[in-house]
Design a protein around this ligand. Structure first.
Ligand code: MN
Ligand code: MN
Length: 477
C-alpha cells in the first residue's frame, strides 16, 4: 500500500492555544466531559469516595469484580474486569487481543488529595468551644486552610465491625466547619512570621460546637455535648475516633470559572482530573484494545505512595497476577514479569501551569500554559532531576505519535525552574517493573490549595490522548 504523504512538518516547535483549532464536535465534547467531571469531582472528595464512584461507574459499564467471578472462569478479549483494594484503590482492565505477556497499556492516577485528617484522639474543649485536632495530609500551605468553610467526610469503624460513613457540610442545609484565624488588629506578631510559620500544624484545629450538655455534673459540658450528638446521630463514642478516618475538605461543589466558563474551580483536581480522564478513556474505549488496557487509581501519592493502598504496594502486580490466573495458561510468574516489563504506562498526574502572578518560578520555554493541551513531562524530580523516573526518548516519541494521530493537543513541560523546587508522582514506582513510563496530565493553577483551577480544554485533551494511548497497537518492530 502506498504510504500516505505526511503533513508538512514545522521546522520550529510552537505551542498554541487549543481554542485556535477546536472543532465544533470537540467543543461540544469538551462541555459534555466538563459537565460529567463537575459531577464526579463533587461526589469524589476523598479517596474512599473516588474509589466508590469509580466502582459505580465501572459496574454500570459492565465491568465485573475479579473477586466475584465463578471458579474456573476464563477471560477473553474484550472482557471488562476490575479489582478493588481496601475501598481506596482500584485497577480496572479491558482484556486485549494480544497475550498479556506482550504488555499492558496502563494509565496510573492517584485519588488522594491534600486535606486535614482528624487525629485519633482529637476532641477537646477550650474557651466555651469544642474543637477537633487535625494532622494535615500532603503538602499544604497551612495559611490557606483557615477561615474557609470545611466539610467532614469519612468513616468510623467500631470494634464490632460496624462501619459508619458520614458526610457533613456538602448539602445546602448542612452546617459547615471552620478553623478560626487571628484578626488583623491583633496579628502584629503573627504577621512578622514567615508564611510557613504564621499558621502552625498544631494550630489547624477545627471548631465543632459551642453549646453545653444539660448534664449538670459534667466538667467539660461543651465537649460532652459534641459526644452526645455523635452518639445520637452516628452511634459512636469518643474512643471510636481511634478507629476512624475522618477528613476535613473544602465544603461545596466545584464550579465553572471565568466569564466565559472556560475553567473549573474545584477541590482535588490533583489528581482527580487525571483519574477522571483515565476512567473516561477506559469507559469510552469503544472497542477491543490490542494490548490489555488498564486504569489504576492509587491512594497515598500525596504522602509518598507508601502503605498497602499506595503505589509502593504490590496491588497492581497482584491484580495482573489474577488476570494471568484467569487466562488459558493460568498463573505464570515469568509471564507476569514479562507482561509488566513490556507494559507502556502514563503516570496520569497533574503538572503546574505557568502563573502570570508568579512568573519568576517558571522557565517560559519549558513551562506549561493553560489551554495548550495535556502536559507531557519527561522527568519530574528536583535539584538535578533527583528522584525522577525520566522517560526514555524512544517512549516519549511513541506518545507524541499517538497523541498527534488522535488530535490530542499536547505540550511539553517541566515542573518549575531548575533549582526552584520540584515534585514527584507514581512514575518511578511504575518504572520499577521495568516498563516504559511517562508523566502526562492536566495543568493546574493553585495546586494543593483548597480550590485548584484547571482549563476545560486541557481536560478534553487528556481524555482524548489517554483513550488513544489505551487503543494503540504499537508500531511494527
Ligand atoms: Mn498528583
Ligand atoms: Mn499533589
Amino acid at each position: 500500500m502506498p504510504k500516505k504523504k505526511a503533513a508538512k512538518e514545522s521546522l520550529t516547535y510552537e505551542r498554541k492555544s487549543g481554542y485556535a483549532s477546536l472543532s465544533p464536535a470537540d467543543s461540544k465534547r469538551m462541555e459534555d466531559i466538563s459537565r460529567d467531571y463537575l459531577a464526579f469531582l463533587g461526589t469524589a472528595k476523598t479517596e474512599r469516595e473516588a474509589h466508590d464512584e469509580a466502582v459505580k461507574r465501572l459496574e454500570a459499564a459492565g465491568f465485573r469484580d475479579l473477586e466475584g467471578l465463578p471458579a474456573g472462569s476464563r477471560l477473553a478479549a474484550g472482557d471488562k474486569v476490575f479489582r478493588a483494594g481496601a475501598g481506596k484503590t482500584v485497577a480496572a482492565f479491558v482484556v486485549g487481543r494480544k497475550p498479556l505477556e506482550e504488555g499492558l497499556h496502563i494509565l496510573g492516577a492517584h485519588i488522594d488529595s491534600p486535606r486535614l485528617d482528624v487525629k485519633q484522639n482529637p476532641l477537646y474543649e477550650s474557651g466555651e468551644m469544642a474543637l477537633l485536632d487535625t494532622h494535615y495530609y500532603g503538602g499544604i500551605k497551612k495559611y490557606q486552610w483557615v477561615s474557609i468553610p470545611l466539610a467532614l467526610h469519612g468513616v468510623f469503624v467500631r470494634p464490632d465491625g460496624k462501619k459508619i460513613s458520614l458526610t457533613i457540610g456538602e448539602e445546602p442545609g448542612d452546617p459547615v466547619f471552620t478553623i478560626t484565624d487571628l484578626l488583623p488588629h491583633l496579628a502584629a506578631d503573627q504577621m512578622k512570621k514567615t508564611m510557613g510559620e504564621g499558621i502552625e500544624g498544631e494550630g489547624l484545629d477545627v471548631l465543632i460546637g459551642s453549646t453545653p450538655s444539660k448534664d449538670k455534673k459534667a466538667k467539660e459540658k461543651i465537649k460532652l455535648r459534641v459526644l452526645e450528638l455523635l452518639k445520637e446521630r452516628f452511634g459512636v463514642v469518643e474512643a471510636d475516633f481511634v478507629s476512624s478516618e475522618l477528613e476535613f475538605v473544602p465544603a461545596g461543589p466545584p464550579r465553572e470559572a471565568g466569564l466565559d466558563r472556560s475553567m473549573i474551580l474545584g477541590y482535588g483536581h490533583d489528581d482527580r482530573s487525571c483519574a477522571f480522564a483515565s476512567l473516561r478513556a477506559l469507559l469510552d474505549l469503544g472497542g477491543v484494545p490490542p494490548h490489555t488496557a488498564c486504569v489504576l487509581l492509587a491512594d497515598k501519592e500525596e504522602i509518598g505512595s507508601s502503605g498497602s493502598t499506595g503505589m509502593e504496594s504490590s496491588f497492581l502486580e497482584n491484580a495482573v497476577a489474577e488476570l494471568f490466573n484467569l487466562t488459558e495458561g493460568g498463573y505464570d510468574g515469568l509471564g507476569l514479569r514479562r507482561a509488566l516489563e513490556r507494559s507502556w504506562a502514563l503516570s496520569a498526574d497533574v503538572n503546574a501551569l505557568h502563573d502570570p502572578l508568579y512568573p519568576a518560578v517558571s522557565e517560559r520555554k519549558n513551562a506549561a500554559n493553560l489551554n495548550q493541551g495535556v502536559i507531557v513531562t519527561k522527568y519530574t524530580g528536583s535539584r538535578g532531576k533527583s528522584g525522577a523516573s525520566d522517560a526514555n526518548a524512544e517512549f516519549v516519541a511513541e506518545v507524541r505519535r499517538i497523541f498527534d494521530g488522535a488530535g490530542a493537543l499536547w505540550q511539553s513541560a517541566e515542573l518549575g525552574k531548575v533549582d526552584q523546587g520540584g515534585g514527584g508522582t507514581i512514575a518511578f514506582l511504575l518504572a520499577r517493573f521495568g516498563m516504559s513510563v511517562l508523566d502526562c496530565g492536566v495543568g493546574v493553577l493553585s495546586m494543593h490549595a483548597p480550590w485548584e483551577l484547571i482549563g476545560k480544554l486541557d481536560l478534553l485533551m487528556a481524555c482524548k490522548g489517554y483513550r488513544a494511548f489505551l487503543l494503540d497497537g504499537r508500531r511494527a518492530k
